[in-house]
Design a protein around this ligand. Sequence first.
Ligand code: SAM
Ligand code: SF4
Length: 339
Amino acid sequence: MTMAPETPALIDPFARAISYLRVSVTDRCDFRCTYCMAEHMTFLPKADLLTLEELDRLCSAFVRMGVEKLRVTGGEPLVRRGIMTFFRAMSRHLGTGALRELTLTTNGSQLTRHAEELAECGVRRVNVSLDTLDPDKFARVTRWGRLPQVLDGIRAARAAGLRVKINTVALRGFNEDELFRLVDWCGSEGHDLTFIEVMPMGEMGEDLRLDQYWSLEDLRTRLSERFSLIELADRTGGPARYVRLAQTGQRIGFITPLSHNFCESCNRVRLTCTGELFMCLGQEDRADLRAPLRRSSEDAVLEEAIRAAVSRKPRGHDFDYSRRAVSGQMSRHMSHTGG
Ligand code: SAM
Ligand code: SF4
């Protein structure tokens, strides 16, 4: 049973209740995926990062205000030193019933070390990003990653009782030829699978990623050449839409922030590792929550700042890849906002 929040719920100007917080706990990563980071990144000074205690205080304020789902992300969340202390701290909100789900998005590289403890903390599902099953291509797209390490991590997660969802960025000319291989592998391993359209974020160079853009509409059409797709009504309040493959029973998700607009049902906000709150992934507006957090130990001050931020949540984003031109692109990195 879900407990009623102690303080009034967070409702934005478009009457959407904010029940989902994604929190980036670090901007660092042990991979350098080509669509996410430059090879030589300058990371934030440590002093700018929220401490684990500050992250706890801030996330706990959101939970008091009605956040029921917390997704930990990054950068790579599992490379943050002491991150298990944070998961342990958040698990107390699962214990009270205030939080319904504690989860993370990871590149999988550190799962062999942490899967069991994550399960002990009440994590039930993890999203693991994996764009290819070919070791050479994996090394190319992640630059620093190695496929066997990630596959071991996924196995460790399953052994610890965690459900695994694979997130695959659809990349033209890169993993088009692996569509069925990925679907078959997820089917045989029992993982859910979601495809993501590449988004115009970070350092993009001249082409603004247009050459990497593989529309999920096209991906779906190709999928339907081999499978009958049953449209599912499942909604998470987010950008994902789901189908079931009639022949195998698998659920496949599509995250299409560019070709479809999903903003009307948006229930989420994103906290960066420096304490900035982004009310929309596709807009630059943000609110600094680190200043009120550090200025006062009064939770009322923090709650007031959170409420003021949510009152500025925009209706939606302005990404647009139509007419083969990009507008509304963002200069910040996905690893900063936490994808
Ligand atoms: N390091 C973790 C991981 O890779 O899962 C968590 C952070 S990562 C920024 C979160 C997700 O964002 C990953 O699934 C990644 O593939 C995705 N991502 C990164 N850059 C992207 C981009 N430009 N367009 C679409 N998805 C992107
Ligand atoms: Fe790291 Fe994830 Fe970005 Fe890849 S997508 S560089 S694993 S943060």
